[in-house]
Every structure is written in C-alpha cells, then in structure tokens.
Ligand binder design. Structure first.
Ligand code: AMP
Length: 550
C-alpha cells in the first residue's frame, strides 16, 4: 500500500469533526486494506506503536534539522518558516514545495517503508545515534510529496491531530468486520494492540484465548477519596491492601521461562533479571500470569522514592550493577491465568486463594499485605499502618468482583490522604513553541525562607488553556531577564498549587519538588510574596506525608 492512501485517509478524517462520520471513514478504509491491515490500523491512529508503548525519541529540534537537510535550507530558514506556520508539519510542506535540492528520482513512499523506518527509531542508542535517526526520517521525507511530508513529521513527533482515539478505532473495527464492540474491546484488553485486534476481527478469530508471553492490559483502580469508611461500605465483602507506589508488574511464567511486563505492556524482562530469578524460584505453578507492584527498597527493605525505580526501568546497560545498587521488592496481588485456565471471571476471593497457593514467599517476592474486613475500625487501623510504613495509601477491593482488564470499573478503590494546597510564587517561565510561541508553556515556582525565595520546581502541565493565557498576560509585564526561551520575572504572581506528593529533590534550591503539580487558582489579588508558603511548611508537610511523622 502506498502512504498516499493513508494521507487521503488523514485528510478525510480532518474534514469532519463528527465522530460517527469519522468512524464510517475509518471502517471503510479498514475494510479495503487487504494484507496491509495491521500497519494501516496502527498508522491510522497516527503512530507506529500503540499508545504509550514506545517513544520514538525524536524531538522538534531534530525534525527542524532533518527538514533543513532534505530541502536544502539552513536552520534559520526553517525557523523563519516555522514562525509563520506555527506547525512543523506545515513547515515541512512549505519547504518541500519550494525545495532547493530536487532529488534525481523519487521513489513512491510505501506504508512499509514509513512503518519500518519509524519503528527502528526507539532502538537506536549510543554514539552516532542522532545521525542514524536523522537518516531514517530523512529518507522518508526525501521520498515524500509535500503533502505526505506533513504527516511524516506529525507521526514522528507524535502530534497527529486527526482525532482518532482508541474508542473510535474500536467502533470502526467492529463496523468494518461486523463484530460486537464489546468483543473488540475485550480483545484489545487481552492483546493491547488494535492492529492485531483488527486482523482477528477480519478472520472472525475473536475467541479470547490467553497466550503466555503476550501482555494483557491490567485492571485499574478508581479514585476512592480519602474516606476509608465510605470506600469499605461500597462493597458487601471488602478487602484492604497496601497501595505500593512502584511500577505495575505483570509476570508470565511458562516452565522456566519468565517474562515481565509493565502497565503500558512494555517488555521489561531485560531490566529485571532479579524478578526473573525470584519468579523462577518462588512460583510453584508451571504456567501462570500474575499481577503485582514492584518497589525499590533500601538495604533494610524500606520503600524508596519512585526515582530510584525509574533508573532501573530506563537502564539499558550495566544492568547487573543497578540490580545490586537498587534492590527491589515485588508485591503480588492477583492471578490472571493458571495452568491453562483463564482466571479473570473468578471472584477475587478465589483468585487470591489461588495466588496464595502458588507463591512461596520470600522477603523480596511476596504477597501484598491484604486484610479481608468490613469493620471500619480495623480498616482504618490498616490504613494508618500503611501510611506509617511509607506507602501512599490503600486499595479497597471488592472480593466478589472479577478481573476486568484495562478498565477502571470501580471494583478497586484507591484511598489516600488529600494533600493541602500550597501558595507559591512564580519566578520564571519558558515560552512555548510553534502556535504557542506567544504563550508561556511552563512556569518556575518558589517558596520562601525568611525573605529569600527558593525554587521548588517547574510546572509544565496542570493548567488549562485559559489559565495559561491569563498567566502569560500577568507575567509578560514582569520580565526582568531573558535567556533564549527562558525568562526571569519579578516575583509578584502568587498561585495556589495542588499536587499529589512532595518529593525530596537536589535539583531545586528548596530541596523539594512537587509531584504532578496543578494550578488551582491565581491569588495575586489577596496574596503577595510575604504570604507564600515557607520551605519549613513544605518540610513539615513532607514529614507528615506517608506517616513519616505524626
Ligand atoms: P493509580 O496509579 O494512582 O491509578 O493507582 C492504581 C495503581 O496502584 C495500580 O495500577 C497499581 O499499579 C498500584 N497498586 C499498588 N498497590 C496495589 C494493590 N495492592 N492492588 C492494586 N494495585 C496496586
């Protein structure tokens, strides 16, 4: 299939905002795809990997270089065009139309070539990797028509705006191949890949068998507020479990062969040889898929902040060294498949008993702390103990519920303390890119130590467009210094910030940073720099968090 056919699809999708219309367009396209169905479905979503599975690792700056190289323009020309169009896809189109270097002969761009070149990107690392990436994307641009180049750039950057969300693809596959939407969704939860789902739907092979070694979307929890009593009373038969703050770990065992997957269904087996060993030694079943959460721990077995774990996940070399430096602890809480049987439709009560039977616990490979109770006092005590042990909170589970992959259906509720908002002051900001070049895209926040201001992190998302516009208006008049895209501003704008957690951080002078900060409101009418929160308050909140101190 030629890439031009996909471009036609993208254009058609852009031509309507109506969901039903988009579904119809997609369904027709899938029906006519022939043997290229897999790649066509994935590319129709504006990606070559399913969402979240892999980052292509190509940023805007690199794409500008590639556009310049292919079209024979220097950096300045590319930046000038970008300023006018506000979009790198349109920049590529314009410069391709006015190309200074015409290629001798242009190959037609095929879907295979686009798919294969882009899929190579995440695996490129080490010296010379930039040049290799530039060559792969450059080859695609060289073979593109101006119109095709728009989409090559957008797919590479993960910035397709054709409005094709997962729900739409599900409906389109169902309609294209006359299947039930529910079946398609169920298949997706098992396979995690709409390309594969479409292939199955086309041939009618929608039987939901589970394959060991192929990741399954895990079950998710819903917010349950901070009231243990209310959460417990939601279920006739409840259990409370510690909520470990680590990374979701799906372990597949087939004889001696172990695979480990993350919540995003990435294969992380290589990064965790210790999990492989523990699973081989501690799981008594021959074939199973079990579910849990992995924590980084210190030598005394106490949980460590998430940053340690993320070093383990991202590590590509010297893995054995990091295994020793950052020990882990796996806390298991579910079983999805056991000795040839799909366990998803069994109630949690039975799954938990099965899990207990097949795991020989050790200090670092164990069952999650789990208490079956509907007694509010007992559950409250469990909650306080979990916080004191340094966990984020608890998960309240319905013991009668089945395992629902990939969805938040309210069978699991997370309960954790609500953090008090902080008043902080804006001391700097950074201009956005492209269409957002006239807006700030992030702000730097500070707290106070006496009369001194100490920065405590950046907020780059967590505001609405309206809030961003208002902030930009306020901050523009306060700029005192500019360094490239970054500015320093007079400390006058006080904002109230909500967040999930305070973390220790050596990156900022205050020694603390906020996890998932979000803007609650601008407070400059009521508050000035004298009224903002102090580093001592942040320290106090940090100490109280997770029951570090009462
Ligand atoms: P959140 O990521 O805030 O939606 O919280 C839900 C996540 O908590 C789950 O997806 C798991 O990764 C994690 N988690 C930690 N402990 C447990 C537990 N005992 N049961 C289920 N999920 C848990």
């Amino acid at each position: 299939m030629q890439f031009a056919e996909l471009v036609r699809l993208y254009k058609n999708l852009e031509g309507t905002t109506k969901k039903l219309e988009k579904t119809k367009i997609l369904a027709g396209f899938y029906r006519d795809c022939g043997d290229d169905l897999y790649k066509a479905v994935v590319l129709s979503m504006g990606t070559v990997y399913q969402k979240g599975e892999q980052e292509l690792g190509v940023a805007g700056e690199m794409v500008k270089r590639i556009i310049g190289k292919v079209t024979g323009n220097n950096d300045k020309d590319v930046v000038e065009t970008f300023k006018k169009t506000g979009d790198l896809g349109l920049t590529a189109e314009y410069l391709m139309k006015h190309r200074k270097q015409k290629p001798l002969a242009r190959k037609d761009l095929s879907v295979d070539m686009v798919f294969d070149n882009l899929r190579k990107l995440p695996d490129i690392s080490g010296s010379g990797s930039q040049e290799k990436k530039i060559d792969l994307v450059g080859e695609l641009l060289s073979s593109s028509t101006p119109e095709e180049s728009i989409y090559i750039v957008r797919i590479t950057l993960g910035q397709m705006r054709t409005g094709v969300a997962a729900g739409l693809v599900r409906d389109a596959i169902a309609s294209a191949f006359n299947q039930e939407k529910k079946e398609i969704e169920h298949m997706f939860n098992l396979l995690g890949d709409y390309g594969l789902v479409a292939e199955r739907a086309k041939t009618g092979k929608l039987k939901t068998e589970i394959h060991i070694g192929r990741p399954i979307n895990v079950m998710l929890a819903e917010r349950g507020g901070s009231d243990v009593k209310a959460a417990i009373e939601t279920f006739k038969n409840a259990a409370v479990e510690k909520k470990y703050d680590g990374f979701r770990t799906e372990i597949h065992k087939n004889g001696n062969e172990i695979k480990v997957f993350s919540r995003r269904l990435e294969d992380v087996t290589r990064q965790f040889p210790d999990i492989v060993k523990m699973a081989q030694n501690s799981i008594k079943a021959k074939k199973c898929i079990i579910d849990g959460e992995t924590l980084a721990v210190n030598s005394k077995g106490k949980p460590m902040p998430f940053q340690h774990l993320s070093r383990r996940i991202q590590r590509k070399y010297d893995i054995e060294k990091t295994v020793k430096e950052i020990p882990i602890q796996v806390n298991l809480f579910d079983v999805i498949y056991l000795e040839g049987e799909n366990c998803m439709n069994l109630p949690l009560r039975e799954r938990w008993l099965m899990l207990k039977k097949i795991v020989k616990e050790t200090e670092n490979f164990k069952l999650a702390e789990h208490l079956e109770t509907n007694d509010v006092k007992e559950a409250e005590k469990f909650y306080q103990n979990a916080l004191r042990a340094g966990e984020e909170g608890i998960i309240v589970k319905n013991m009668d519920a089945h395992y629902q992959p990939g969805r938040r259906v309210g069978f699991w509720l997370k309960v954790k303390p609500i953090m008090e908002p902080l008043d902080l002051i804006v001391t700097g900001a950074e201009w956005g890119e492209g269409k957002r070049a006239n807006w700030f895209s992030s702000v730097l926040l500070a707290c106070r130590n006496g009369s001194k201001l100490l920065e405590t992190g950046k907020m780059a998302s967590g505001f609405t467009e309206d809030q961003l516009e208002e902030l930009t208006k306020k901050l523009k008049g306060l700029i005192v210094e500019t360094h490239g895209k970054e500015v320093k501003v007079k400390p006058e704008v006080v904002i109230e910030i909500g967040y999930e957690e305070i973390q220790e951080s050596s990156k900022y002078p205050s020694g603390y940073a906020l996890r998932f900060p979000r803007l609650l409101r601008l407070r400059e009418e009521e508050k000035t720099v004298k009224d903002i929160d102090t580093v001592q308050t942040i320290k106090k909140l940090y100490d109280m968090q997770r029951g570090r101190k009462k």
